[in-house]
Design a protein around this ligand. Structure first.
Ligand SMILES: Cc1cc2nc3c(=O)[nH]c(=O)nc-3n(C[C@H](O)[C@H](O)[C@H](O)COP(=O)(O)O)c2cc1C
Length: 486
């Protein structure tokens, strides 16, 4: 008994020490601390807000010894600042055992958004959080989960439950991954690498966005299991050259986003001062000056250490700087993309091919006919067409005919119960966007891993409540669709 207690203390202490070492090395600056009056104390206790410019170390350590873990689905128990994915604790034990002090208030994924609102300038926060036009698609994508209630089963011995799943021949530690997030490295320092690293350590997939600011080759070196997502023009020669670059870099999964023939109408961007290219207006200057941790810790640090960020991965060649007029030119011709292009990609791309952003069952059938291995049902997080159905609204119908096609769902997932509802209705896997983006902004790779651990713990706990040991045991019999309440 005593021995076990001592081990527990040692592990907790070791976790705290490695967390501290990781943050000192990796960040040299603590964006989360000091976000509000109460947080200022954390800056002093945990990480003094110093060393922004003087820190030369790589922001994301890459312990090569751990690399195998990502593809085997095994926990990366020793990752600094990241409790082992298989370390599952109750919420009461959580803060004492494995949670770094600075994350103590981050108990659920929604907490990350609330905290990020204080850390990020309104224009950046809103760019991430916002939806299109009235916000109906954003709300609907999320509210759809509340239309289902659980019908749990009891006394089934769930002591051996396991959140791992297999997808495209790989075993992942949990049934969720990180969706593509454009501009991540302008929101969190080296954001694409941070997301890739956290996903590698937690043994879940991460999809690199076409609108990312770090070379896809570098992201692949960080996480050889990362997937690539493309925004494509309807010009097959340009597409072919991009496909060849992605294949040469070693990627094995290529995602074509279909729901972006043009950019969604996001009026909130204009209201808060966000524009692309970014215009340095008095409003932008004021917001930046009043959010120095983002300005210095993300923007200044990026420019000083890596130069002006470019759209590195939209085409076969390096794209224009993010802050130039060229960034607009970069997205033309996407409304020409058609299924013919997908057929041609299928002939050229040897790996897994997915189409993201589908909602209509007919489109899913066409994607299958073109040779896609999977589809991602998505409203782009409610950022494109307003008033679209939620992925969950069409999931049962599509799942009934899915056959070998892998069904992935995103948009609005925030809880373990949401993940389980999607899986019970026939999804093979789910993705999340905003929560991991905010987590990266607040706490780097350790922050993202913390968010992932929260979600994984929720799933693990819910499996016990529902009476399942494997996620594959889930089915629609665990749910009831609730009639709308008047
Ligand atoms: C800041 C931000 C950037 C995004 N960039 C891309 C992108 O480059 N490509 C893409 O296919 N989807 C992109 N998405 C959509 C996400 O991949 C994902 O579909 C969506 O965020 C899921 O909804 P959720 O944020 O509610 O989890 C982006 C979403 C956000 C919030």
């Amino acid at each position: 008994m005593h021995i076990r207690a001592a081990c527990h203390i040692d592990r907790a202490a070791a976790g705290w020490l490695s967390e501290t070492a990781f943050n000192t090395l990796a960040m040299g600056f603590e964006p989360f601390a000091g976000a509000g009056s109460g947080e200022g104390r954390m800056a002093t206790l945990d990480h003094p807000a110093a060393g922004v410019a003087g820190h030369e170390s790589d922001p994301v350590p890459r312990p090569d010894v751990e690399r195998e873990a990502a593809t085997s689905g095994q926990a990366d128990a020793a990752a600094p600042g990241i409790a082992a994915p298989n370390t599952l604790v109750t919420s009461l034990k959580r803060s004492a055992a494995v949670t770094p002090y600075r994350f103590r208030d981050l108990l659920a994924l929604d907490d990350f958004e609330r905290h990020a609102r204080r850390f990020l300038p309104p224009m950046i926060f809103q760019y991430v959080a916002g939806g299109a036009e009235t916000g109906s698609a954003l709300r609907r994508s999320r509210d759809a989960y509340a239309d289902y209630a659980f019908l749990p089963r009891m006394m089934r011995d769930t002591a051996g439950r396991d959140t791992a799943v297999e997808l495209f021949g790989r075993r992942y530690a949990a049934p969720f991954g990180i969706g593509p997030l454009g501009g991540a490295a302008f929101i969190a320092y080296r954001g694409d690498l941070v997301l890739a690293e956290a996903a590698r350590r937690m043994a879940v997939p991460m999809i690199l966005s076409a609108s990312s600011l770090i070379r896809l080759e570098d992201v692949h070196a960080q996480n050889p299991d990362a997937w690539y997502q493309a925004y494509l023009p309807g010009d097959q020669r340009r597409i072919d050259r991009l496909v060849d670059r992605v294949a040469a870099a070693g990627y094995r999964t290529f995602v074509v986003t279909a729901d972006t023939p043009t950019l969604g109408n996001r009026e909130h961007n204009i209201r808060t001062g966000f524009s692309m290219p970014m215009r340095i207006t008095p409003k932008v200057m004021w917001q930046s000056a009043t959010h120095p941790r983002w300005l210095l810790g993300v923007v200044a640090r990026t420019f000083l250490k890596h130069g002006a960020p470019h759209f590195e991965n939209t085409e076969a060649e390096r794209g224009p700087p993010m802050l130039s007029q060229g960034s607009v030119r970069n997205s033309i011709d996407r409304d020409r993309l058609s299924w013919t292009n997908l057929e041609a990609i299928r002939r050229r791309w040897p790996g897994n091919l997915l189409v993201k952003g589908l909602l209509a069952p007919e489109d899913v059938e066409i994607a299958r006919g073109c040779g896609a291995d999977g589809v991602i049902l998505s409203t782009h997080g409610g950022r494109q067409l307003d008033h679209v159905v939620a992925p969950l609204d069409v999931l049962p119908e599509i799942a009934a005919r899915k056959g070998d096609l892998k069904l992935i769902v995103d948009s609005g997932i925030r809880r373990g119960t949401d993940v389980i509802k999607a899986l019970a209705l026939g999804a093979d896997f789910v993705l999340l966007g905003r929560p991991f983006m905010f987590a990266a902004a607040l706490g780097g790779a350790a922050g993202v891993a913390h968010a992932m651990r929260i979600l994984k713990e929720e799933i693990h706990r819910d499996m016990a409540f529902l009476g399942v040991n494997r996620l594959s045991e889930l089915g629609p019999e665990f749910l009831r669709h609730l009639p709308p309440r008047g």
